[in-house]
Design a protein. Structure first.
Length: 289
């Protein structure tokens, strides 16, 4: 049974609603109550980042409904743009640039690649299976890893203990919870597929079940975006907590280690894309197709 259109529309609604509530409770409230302009900018960028995933989900719905590949491509670019806004939200916490301009360069190059790349996709269970988005996935993951590494480096330079605690919660408040849920789903799916006892059971009950048909290379990105709906529900709560962040506390003096962040993220990127095929039981050949 394929119902990714309905799920995409549902997750779009949830993400949009969560973003709207967060916008009202975080961004607009900060304007009314004249909270620090830094928090206003932070909440705006964090909300826009999550909302970009909602745009991607709506684009998946429309692309399956109409079969229009350009809508699908626009959704991919909207999804990747999430990381630019999240990087800007981090920069507002420290009032310094820390890589968002580089993200714009990556997104511009990605837009050109997506525009000229023939895209093939199909309706699956609660996701859209993409056969042509390996480059997009690689760029998305590179920005995601850099952002997480940058948050940890910023936290290591923050002298305020309350701010350090909030910085530790920050990635999970806006995106990382959905990533962990996605990984948990992928792990369970692979366990089912490799289990000699579970596979016959699932084959008998549901020959085309979501767990049996899962493919980490082609399905994981869309599944991750679907789980962002849960993340969007947490956004208003997270922004309420972030109002306690003290923007007046500067980082410890010294240049920002952008080069070290890039190197660390690059190592993590290589490890991630090297171990996924082995861990998830997908051949390395599939990554080059």
């Amino acid at each position: 049974m394929c119902y990714s259109k309905e799920v995409s529309l549902f997750t779009t609604t949830v993400i949009s609603a969560g973003s709207a509530v967060a916008w009202g409770r975080g961004y607009l409230r900060s304007l009314r109550e004249r909270v620090t302009p830094e928090f206003t900018a932070f909440s705006r960028n964090a909300i826009l980042g999550v909302f970009c995933i909602g745009v991607h989900q709506f684009a998946e719905y429309l692309s399956i409904e109409t079969g229009n590949v350009w809508i699908y491509k626009a959704g991919l670019l909207a999804s990747a743009s999430c990381m630019y806004f999240l990087m800007r939200s981090l920069e507002t916490l420290i009032s310094r640039r820390f890589g968002s301009r580089g993200f714009l360069v990556l997104l511009s190059a990605l837009a050109v690649q997506i525009a000229f790349k023939p895209m093939v996709f199909e309706n699956m269970h609660f996701w859209v299976r993409g056969y042509s988005h390996i480059v997009w996935s690689g760029v998305w993951m590179a920005m995601f890893l850099f952002w997480n590494v940058a948050v940890l480096f910023v936290r290591s330079r923050m002298p305020s203990a309350p701010n350090r605690r909030l910085l530790l919660a920050y990635p999970f408040g806006v995106l990382n919870v959905s990533w962990l849920l996605c990984l948990a789903y992928a792990f369970i799916a692979v366990l089912v597929q490799r289990s000699s006892a579970a596979m016959p059971l699932f084959s008998a009950v549901s020959p085309d079940s979501a767990l049996r048909s899962f493919n980490v290379v082609h399905d994981l990105p869309s599944i991750w975006c679907a789980f962002v709906a849960i993340q969007a529900i947490l956004m208003p709560i997270f922004l309420t907590r972030m109002q306690k962040y003290d923007f007046s506390v500067p980082l410890v003096e010294g240049p920002l280690p952008i080069g070290r962040c890039v190197a660390t993220a690059a190592v993590l990127w290589v490890v991630t894309f090297s171990t996924w095929p082995l861990f998830m039981g997908v051949s390395l050949k599939m990554l080059t197709q």
